[in-house]
Structures are given as C-alpha cells and as structure tokens.
Design a protein around this ligand. Structure first.
Ligand code: HEC
Length: 110
C-alpha cells in the first residue's frame, strides 16, 4: 500500500517550529518598552519629572517656588524649553513634549 501523503509528518514538524518562532517573537515584542514619541526620553508622569529634575533646584531654594502658584502651563513649558535667566533650558531629548505637558499641568494644579 502506498502512503497518500508522503512527508506530511515533516511539514507538520516544520509548522510547529514556525509557530514556535512566531510565538517567541510576539512575546518579545509584547514585553519590549513602548517606543518613545519624538525619540525622546519618556517619563512616568508629571510628579516624577518634578521630583527628579525640577525639585533639585525648586525644592532647595535655588529656584523660586513654582508649585501652588497656579502658573499657566504654557508659561511653565516656555520657561522649561527656553530657560529664563538663571533657569536652564531643557531639550526634547531630556523632557519629551508629552512629559512636559503633564509636568506643566501638574505644577500649575499643585
Ligand atoms: C539648575 C536649577 C534649576 C532646575 C533643575 C530647574 N530650575 Fe526652574 N528656575 C531656576 C532658577 C534659578 C529660576 C529663577 C530664574 C531667574 O529669574 O533668574 C527658575 C525659574 C523657573 C520658573 C519661573 C518662575 C517664576 O516665578 O516665574 C519656572 C516656571 C521654572 N523655573 C520651572 C522649572 C521646571 C518645570 C523645572 C523642571 C523641568 C525647572 N524649573 C528646573 C532653576 C532651576
């Protein structure tokens, strides 16, 4: 008697390998960090940037108090991007736009 589908076993084996590779690749992609918009650095949220960057001066009396003054977010963003006299400017690679927007809203509201 002749076999009707010679090599079916081999094809099945290859399929298993292909599926295994695809699954491994997808798992890797699922755990990879989300791509940063603008190719910049992405902060968790406004309070994190404030504590780790701004607080260094603004909580230590080096810079004036900026929280609790309801400073307009657009003004805060301008000062951060362009600097202002003794205040250094921060580039997009240091604080990306989205993080800066969240930061400015946080400072303005708190
Ligand atoms: C290296 C110290 C330093 C760091 C870090 C810093 N600042 Fe400043 N900032 C200053 C100083 C000093 C001034 C006062 C500038 C002046 O008028 O000479 C200032 C002024 C400001 C002002 C204007 C305040 C006003 O009364 O009009 C804002 C807004 C501000 N900073 C926001 C920020 C934010 C937001 C961050 C974090 C991303 C930050 N700064 C990080 C030193 C710093």
């Amino acid at each position: 008697m002749r076999k009707t589908a010679p090599g079916a076993g081999a094809i099945g084996f290859m399929l298993v390998i292909v599926i295994a590779i695809a699954a491994a690749t997808m798992t890797k992609a699922a755990f990879a960090a989300p791509p940063a918009p603008n190719g910049g650095f992405v902060w968790k949220d406004g309070p994190e940037v404030y504590t780790k960057v701004c607080g260094y001066c603004h909580e230590q009396g080096v810079g004036p108090v900026i929280r609790g003054r309801a400073l307009p977010p657009v003004y805060i963003r301008n000062v951060v991007r362009n600097g202002s006299r003794a205040m250094p400017s921060f580039r997009i690679a240091e604080i990306d736009d989205e993080s800066l927007t969240k930061l400015a809203e946080y400072i303005s509201a708190n």
